[in-house]
Design a protein around this ligand. Sequence first.
Ligand SMILES: C[S@@+](CC[C@H](N)C(=O)[O-])C[C@H]1O[C@@H](n2cnc3c(N)ncnc32)[C@H](O)[C@@H]1O
Length: 173
Amino acid sequence: MRRFARFIPKPGVVLDLACGSGRHSRYLASLDYSILAVDQDLSLLGACTDGQITPQQFDLELDSWPLAGGLFDGIVVTNYLYRPHLDQLPMMLNEGGVLIYETFAQGNEKFGKPSNPNFLLKTGELLALASRHELKVLAYEDIYLDHPKPAMMQRICAVKGNLKGRIPLQFQG
Ligand SMILES: C[S@@+](CC[C@H](N)C(=O)[O-])C[C@H]1O[C@@H](n2cnc3c(N)ncnc32)[C@H](O)[C@@H]1O
């Protein structure tokens, strides 16, 4: 996530979906973004004294999408998948907005949990999501990781529209 956070337009509002303890929210706040940190259980987020982080308790797996109409400059999702609402995410990006998504992928069942196919991305699934919504893919991996524990992970960084003027120095030719 940290590798790609810098692509998110500034000043910007970022959705940290299924934020858990808020590790990404806090990092993004340190980069001066405003964060909407959403989870069904905000207890791990703790007392959020950082004024840049707005906690919001929602069940993200109801039939109706609780964030309908929301627009963000960045959306970050890690270690969470609820496939029925996956296509909501690109629709909530502003022009130039960045989707950063990383979670377990098919094959992870060999290493333990999650092993339920509902929680595992299929081969190419995040690429297909980007393609359906005409997002430009900046980076994509579908790989085995041995740290922090053996796992199959899929991750993508994709942008709606273009990134003109926001290419970090090390990516410039
Ligand atoms: C494995 S944690 C990941 C937390 C965080 N994204 C991270 O990587 O540190 C999964 C999170 O999804 C949240 N979650 C699970 N089901 C949910 C639901 N139906 N609605 C909202 N959040 C949910 C859990 O409360 C938990 O915080």
